[in-house]
Design a protein around this ligand. Structure first.
Ligand SMILES: Cc1cc2nc3c(=O)[nH]c(=O)nc-3n(C[C@H](O)[C@H](O)[C@H](O)COP(=O)(O)OP(=O)(O)OC[C@H]3O[C@@H](n4cnc5c(N)ncnc54)[C@H](O)[C@@H]3O)c2cc1C
Length: 380
């Protein structure tokens, strides 16, 4: 049996992959981090690091990073629907562009010893005794590499898990589609330090100013709404108008990008020297802005199991990762899913808005709970 090329190959350099690569390289392992795109890269995301994400970075020794990168402190959430709005205080959170955050995490991984292979698309290939193969495709050609363990952190893109990979991703048929863009300017009512969340009948749009003063838009739309409106800009315009927010110069920004279907789950979460984490492990509609926190905490949580599986892969690791993931992230995802589902019902969403306006004493602790301040289980 020849020695595998790498101890660990991590596929995808988003928050999940970059942090996992850093933590594993810190264990003096030979880590290859493979990324399809050139970095820094922009990604559809609300760019809000909530309390949970900030605390997870802190527990990895990176607590100062968001402030050092200029992340804007978030003080409130302005929730609007049906022409009414409510302002709710946020106890913590920062908005930070994904190009800056993700680039910084990749640099942290490299500084710790991980090797980055950018602009290379990875495809999970077969397992052999003591190793798992990965096919790499880039402008230079195609080749195969092996590792003792392969981590899949490729986000919502599931092309790298094709047969014979033993893990499948199931997409919910009613799933909404994500979309986003960046604007250079917006009316002054879109203040810095506030998450502006417009909820409409067919989707929602989140607007926030990032560290550069640019305005980041991230949305989730029903597929039919996107089609009927003829594209994400018109779909967003309609949701903002319905909610009662001031119009945005949507034509003036960078190009819109859309995502794959948002709600999905992968099964199993690990198999024969292969483990999935971050969005690739499962994702729900992003209403509570927790995805980065889930990605980061899954990265920290997977490390001890990878260390156990390096020399001798025990199938019990597969069950352990499923259990650990369900405890850390599964419950929060179900809560987020339920909230997003409830907000699709006009009566429930109006009742929630009324409660937020008239009973902030009840709603604020719930919001802080969602934001991660009271979350005890999510940080490994
Ligand atoms: C509309 C919207 C708004 C959101 N708002 C927020 C928010 O405000 N706050 C928050 O915390 N979360 C938010 N999220 C969720 C957050 O963006 C994700 O949960 C988070 O990015 C997941 O991180 P990840 O590392 O798992 O995946 P990603 O960040 O998606 O990274 C995956 C990486 O893998 C690479 N890749 C894909 N396929 C391959 C391949 N075959 N080979 C090599 N590389 C590959 C990709 O290029 C990418 O760089 C939002 C999501 C959406 C859609």
């Amino acid at each position: 049996m020849s020695r595998p090329d790498w101890d660990v190959i991590v596929l995808g350099a988003g928050p999940a992959g970059a942090l996992a690569a850093r933590q594993l390289a810190a264990q003096r392992l030979r880590v290859l981090l493979v990324e399809k795109q050139a970095f820094p890269r922009w990604k559809v995301c609300g760019t809000c690091l909530n309390g949970h994400a900030l605390k997870t970075l802190e527990s990895a020794g990176l607590g100062d990073l968001p402030a050092q990168l200029g992340g804007v402190r978030l003080a409130r959430l302005r929730l609007a629907l049906g022409g009414r709005s409510a302002d709710l205080p946020l106890s913590e959170g920062r908005s930070l562009s994904r190009s800056r955050l993700d680039q910084a995490l990749v640099e942290e991984a490299q500084a710790t010893g991980a090797q980055l292979l950018p602009q290379t698309e990875a495809l999970v290939a077969a397992a052999s005794p003591g190793a798992r193969s990965v096919q790499l495709r880039s402008a230079q050609g195609q080749r195969s590499v092996t590792a003792r363990v392969v981590l899949v952190a490729t986000g919502l893109a599931d092309r790298c898990l094709q047969p014979p990979a033993p893990i499948r991703s199931r997409v919910s048929p009613s799933s909404r589609i994500g979309a986003g863009c960046v604007l250079e300017a917006a009316p002054s009512s879109y203040t810095s330090g506030t998450i502006h969340m417009a909820v409409g009948r067919h989707g929602y749009v989140g607007v926030v100013r990032t560290e550069s003063g640019q305005v980041n838009l991230a949305a989730a739309f029903e597929r039919t709404h996107l089609k009927t409106c003829g594209g994400p800009a018109a779909a967003a315009r309609q949701v903002l108008e319905e909610a009662g927010f001031e119009p945005l110069p949507l034509g003036s920004g960078g190009p819109w990008r859309v995502t794959a279907a948002l709600t999905r789950s992968s099964t199993p979460l690990a198999a024969d020297r292969l483990m999935v984490l971050g969005d690739a492990a499962g994702y729900v509609e992003p209403f509570t802005g927790e995805g980065i926190g889930w990605a980061l905490s899954s990265a920290l949580a997977v490390v001890p199991l990878v260390l156990q599986g390096l020399s001798d892969w025990d199938p019990r690791l597969e069950r352990d990762w499923a259990h650990r993931h369900a405890t850390l992230i599964g419950r929060r995802q179900r809560l987020c899913h339920t909230l997003a589902f409830a907000l699709r019902r006009p009566r429930i969403s109006h009742a929630l808005l009324l409660a937020a306006t008239h009973l902030p004493i009840l709603v604020t602790p719930a919001l802080n709970h969602l934001n991660g301040s009271f979350h005890r289980h999510a940080i490994p």
